[in-house]
Design a protein. Structure first.
Length: 268
């Protein structure tokens, strides 16, 4: 169901650990159709030399250079202490949102032949669960290790992938390989990070942000909209706590600045 959903989408956001050539080829015709119709398509991918195909990364990078409507953002890990491992496919068409979240990477096996477990959620774009899903996606997108790749970064990843094929036959402390890995991480440290935009705000985040006054404001001023928020999300019985949570998220994303206890200023 993912392929036809992407084909008619207005907005597609995919966060996966691994991407393969055959997996990308499964969705690329639909991605192209959506882009040609004016959709925005974004990929958050891991840069695992063992599991991600170099040519798939190169194809996504080429797509991102081809049109501003397509973005590639890479996760450049500094070590093996934590692994980038999400699988999220988020698609919006008009006011309808579809989220596929589970175990399937962007590989043909992950999409078609493996025994996988995925939860499919179809809801109005303003539904509270959709708000929470996109909030999770934003945390992945604006992780400190997320970078906007450039030509040199892709080249260094290419060199790492090619060296990995013979790594098992080389000494673990091969100076040349260690130097290449250090160059890759150094390059990642100096790349630009993605900056949040209004388009990243969905559901609760968008609703709270839209009522914020210009300049300095307090929690109490936002609480004045509690009744309207409750009408949008009648199942939520703790609106004020939810407002405070969204203010914290907006702060982390850089949309507002913390000025003191319960005091904020909207970023210019």
């Amino acid at each position: 169901m993912l392929v036809p959903t992407i084909k008619t989408a207005d907005d597609v956001r995919i966060a996966v650990a691994f991407v393969s050539n055959d997996g990308l080829s499964e969705i690329m015709p639909s991605v192209r159709t959506a882009l040609n119709a004016g959709a925005y398509v974004e990929f958050l991918v891991g840069m695992d030399v063992h599991a991600t195909d170099l040519s798939a990364i190169e194809d996504l990078y080429a797509l991102s250079r081809e049109t501003r409507k397509a973005s590639l953002l890479c996760f450049a890990s500094r070590g093996a202490s934590s692994i980038y491992h999400p699988k999220m496919y988020l698609v919006r068409e008009n006011q309808a949102a579809t989220a596929v979240i589970g175990s399937s990477n962007l590989t043909r096996r992950g999409l078609k032949t493996n025994i996988e477990a995925n939860l499919v959620i179809k809801e109005d774009v303003h539904a509270e669960i959709v708000s929470e899903i996109y909030s999770t996606y934003s945390r992945l997108k604006y992780h400190p290790n997320r970078v906007i790749p450039d030509d040199e970064f892709i080249r260094l990843f290419s060199d790492l992938c090619r060296n990995e094929k013979s790594r098992s036959r080389r000494l673990a402390k091969d100076p040349a390989l260690r130097e290449l890995e250090e160059a890759f991480i150094k390059k990642a440290d100096n790349l630009h990070r993605p900056k949040p935009t209004k388009a990243d705000l969905i559901g609760w985040l968008e609703m709270v942000y839209d009522v914020l006054p210009e300049g300095e404001f307090t929690n109490q001023e936002v609480y004045k909209h509690e009744k309207g928020f409750g009408q949008r999300y009648p199942q939520n019985q703790n609106i004020r706590a939810k407002i405070r949570q969204q203010l914290q998220v907006l702060h982390k994303l850089g949309f507002i600045h913390h000025r003191g206890a319960g005091i904020w200023r909207k970023a210019s």
